[in-house]
Design a protein around this ligand. Structure first.
Ligand code: FES
Length: 160
């Protein structure tokens, strides 16, 4: 584990009786530092815990909150499971793709948005649902999505 993360990583370990249970927060720690979990990041966590890199990879591959490739500032994750699909998720995904000029899994050239289609976000009763980084947006329509994109662009402009 790199020196800059070592103190935090050791602190994470103290919260778990079984060190392997710290895998997820440690992977998230690496993502917070790097913006995504690279193969080197996977190895770093695996080595810290004394497990094979494949173990870290298997955990990372299960969670859509962990990014396995570089992403934009805002990761737009559209749930396309049953409840959301029945209420227009595919249409929303297409709408977002047209608005951003990218497809699922892609990032806008300005690095602002990454679009992803994900499995159930556990808010089925409020479908269709979209997660932007750690924020949930539910009961979405194309109009609400447009307003959300505008708000995110404004937020990004204010930070420049
Ligand atoms: S089906 Fe979309 S949140 Fe569960």
């Amino acid at each position: 584990m790199r020196e800059a993360l070592m103190a935090h990583a050791r602190d994470v370990l103290t919260r778990y009786p079984d060190p392997n249970s710290a895998m997820l927060p440690l992977l998230y720690l690496v993502q917070e530092a790097d913006g995504w979990v690279s193969p080197a990041g996977l190895e770093e966590v695996a080595s810290f815990l004394g497990v094979a890199p494949a173990v870290a990879e298997s955990v990372a591959s299960f969670y859509t909150l962990l990014q396995k490739r570089p992403v934009g500032r805002y990761v737009l994750q559209v749930c396309t499971n049953l409840s959301c699909s029945l209420l227009g998720a595919e249409h929303l995904l297409d709408h977002l793709g047209r608005k951003l000029g990218i497809g699922p899994g892609e990032t806008t050239p300005d690095g602002l948005f990454t679009l992803q289609s994900v499995e159930c976000l556990a808010e089925c009763g409020q479908a269709p649902v979209l997660q932007v980084n750690l924020d949930f947006h539910s009961g979405l329509t194309p109009e609400k999505v447009d307003a959300l994109l505008n708000a995110l662009r404004k937020e990004a402009e204010q930070d420049v």
